[in-house]
Ligand binder design. Structure first.
Ligand code: F6R
Length: 615
């Protein structure tokens, strides 16, 4: 969470920073700020709320104050202190000469603060970051060298941080440091950039250095020097950035979320390419670094993830257990950590994360690594911290996802889990279901065209969205492999429309939640032809008998039940085991259109951030 942009060069720094921050707003958007050094003075501007508020303030500022070639900027997701102007970054030392923007949490800020106060530091905000500003300023007073000051200060900081620091007396450099939070340095000609993520700088350069944990960098217009934790200068490893600027455009869609929902057929094609060529050929997954012998020894799978990625993992449980016969536990990363989990070298631990930066999942993966389990990471960011912890890395290649609500990355995660389960079944002696495997492969290959059938005609879903948008509560039900689809559909609705939506296994309705049902509580049921179809229908009848409005998402309604549903979305024919990949698109569209109809901020819902880098 929190986005950082730094610039030093010949351009107007404020332009580069504001543009960069606009691409990082997904990391947090409750306040924003910049610090610029021009005419031997530091100019700090901050505003609560979205970046547009900061832009407004800057548009009224005198040109001589903002016409700087060096500056740092920040977009915040509040951890310590309300999202107010005073808590917004940049923070500064007493005299305002030293400024800092920070992402992460300084865990020992309360221990450091009393000593700094005794030394005369005046704290204006409730943030942990301000402690770092004063600490570095004190080191600077001793050393008169900004690099050394930061190098000394980081040795006293505990927690996670990525930060940039400037000092009025050294307007030719920005010092950056990182530990457990992402930071990249974009390499330009006669100019350099610093950012939390690639989109902020991709317009200017395709070359960057990924700063590693415990490294400190000194960035000038024509040099970048990186030091390790022992303050030794190390060689720069410049890498090519994987994105094209075009990925950051809405391409005519009203919101990134809608664009990303519509990209899903191509995402599926992308994930499958070179991995499944036909239903008769084995799945090729070169990324899995487990030998046949190791695969055969695996007797337990643990899937760890958060939020939407966790729901993909829950679908994965059904697929793995069906195809490999190996027992699977799926757990929220935040629950997996700080207890004695049972895992050993025959356990396959799968971490799933769109961003690859989610702090809870990183901690859980590190914990599993200590048990010598094989760590397989499924992520959309092969340049992420989590990817670097992987024994096997399965990049999902969904392309950059800008909307805070995950859609296409979920689809890519599901597809990766199908591929992995099939691969494991085909490469271990425990494989016993070749006809089902063949059927799944065939279905996966036709999935893009079935997705297109739904996406090419969304009028019915839009009408249903409009009709139900005034309800304050929803229940989503399903059984079996679509139970996680119900959870994910409910999550999508609540996060972007703020409507209370809860997912339940349909059979659980009668064990409590049914008490809430009446005409004010619509029930959305997902039911696919298959073993649980009749059971879900019975649960729908029970809901109907309590006067709940019923919405069906199904591939089949027989004559007898035609009038059971108040509204229905009929999806193309698909076997139950692959149906989560089709059903979810209906629920994504429903959530999108309800949110859009209600006039909510679809791409940047309140209180959320795309990359959750705090535990
Ligand atoms: C929901 C959503 C979040 C994330 C969760 C985990 O739309 O995006 O629930 O799924 O924060 O993030 P990653 O997958 O990046 O680990």
């Amino acid at each position: 969470m929190c986005g950082i942009v730094g610039y030093i060069g010949k351009k107007r720094a404020v332009d580069v920073i504001l543009k960069g921050l606009s691409y990082l707003e997904y990391r947090g958007y409750d306040s924003a700020g910049v610090a610029l050094i021009s005419n031997n003075a530091v100019h700090i501007y901050k505003a609560p709320g979205k970046l547009s508020n900061l832009k407004e303030i800057l548009s009224q500022e005198k040109e001589e104050n903002i016409n700087a070639n060096i500056g740092i900027g920040h977009t915040r997701w509040a951890t310590h202190g309300l999202p107010t102007e005073v808590n917004a970054h940049p923070h500064h030392c007493n005299c305002g000469s030293l400024t800092i923007v920070h992402n992460g949490i300084i865990e020992n800020y309360k221990d450091l603060k009393p000593d700094l106060e005794k030394k005369g530091c005046k704290f204006l905000s409730q943030t942990d970051t301000e402690v770092a500003a004063h600490l570095i300023a004190h080191e600077f007073a001793d050393t008169k060298d900004l690099l050394k000051a930061v190098q000394n200060a980081v040795k006293k900081l505990k927690g996670a941080y990525a930060f940039c620091v400037t000092h009025k007396t050294m307007p030719d450099r920005i010092i950056a440091a990182r530990k457990n939070a992402p930071l990249i340095i974009g390499v330009g000609e006669g100019e350099n950039f610093i950012a939390s993520d690639i989109p902020a700088i991709i317009e200017y350069t395709k070359k960057a250095i990924y700063l590693s944990d415990n490294q400190v960098a000194e960035i000038k217009t024509d040099s970048i020097k990186i030091y390790d934790k022992n303050n030794n200068l190390i060689a720069n490893k410049i890498e090519n950035l994987p994105f094209e600027p075009i990925a950051l455009s809405k391409m005519g869609y009203k919101h990134f979320m809608l664009k990303e929902i519509h990209e899903q057929p191509d995402v599926v094609r992308n994930v499958l390419i070179d991995k499944i060529k036909s239903e008769n050929l084995a799945v090729v997954l070169d990324d899995v670094k487990l030998s046949k012998e190791q695969l055969t020894k695996i007797n337990r799978i643990q899937i760890i993830a958060c939020g939407t990625s966790l729901h993909a993992g829950l679908v994965g449980k059904y697929i793995f257990e069906e195809l490999t016969g190996i027992p699977v536990d799926v757990e929220a990363s935040s629950e997996y950590i700080y207890r004695n989990t049972i895992a050993d070298e025959n356990t396959l631990v799968i971490g799933i994360s769109q961003s690859g930066e989610t702090a809870d999942t990183i901690t859980a993966i590190k914990q599993a690594k200590e048990k010598n389990s094989h760590i397989l990471i499924i992520t959309n960011r092969k340049d992420s911290a989590m990817a670097r912890l992987a024994d096997s890395l399965l990049p999902v290649n969904a392309g950059i996802e800008v909307s805070v609500a995950a859609t296409k990355s979920y689809m890519a995660q599901l597809l990766s889990l199908y591929l992995l389960a099939i691969y494991m079944a085909e490469n271990s002696t425990k494989c016993n279901n070749s006809s089902l495997i063949k059927e799944i492969k065939k279905e996966l290959l036709t999935l893009p065209s079935k997705l297109e059938t739904i996406l090419n005609d969304t009028k019915n879903i839009e009408n249903i969205a409009k009709k139900y948008s005034s309800f304050k509560n929803f229940i989503f039900i399903a059984r079996g492999i679509n139970y996680p689809t119900a959870l994910e559909g409910a999550l999508k609705l609540k996060e972007i429309s703020y409507i209370n939506a809860t997912g339940y296994p349909a059979g659980e309705l009668k064990h409590g939640p049914i008490a809430m049902l009446d005409e004010t509580m619509p029930v959305l049921a997902i039911l696919n032809e298959g073993v649980v179809y009749d059971k879900v229908l019975s649960n729908c009848e029970e809901a109907k008998a309590r006067q709940a409005k019923l919405i069906g998402v199904t591939n089949f309604i027989d004559e007898k039940h035609k009038n059971l549903f108040d509204d229905a979305v009929i999806i193309p024919e698909i076997p139950d085991i692959v149906s989560p990949a089709l059903n979810i698109v209906v629920l994504q569209l429903l959530a999108y259109h309800i949110s859009e109809y209600l006039g909510k901020d679809v791409d940047q819902p309140r209180n959320l951030a795309k990359s959750v880098t705090v535990e």
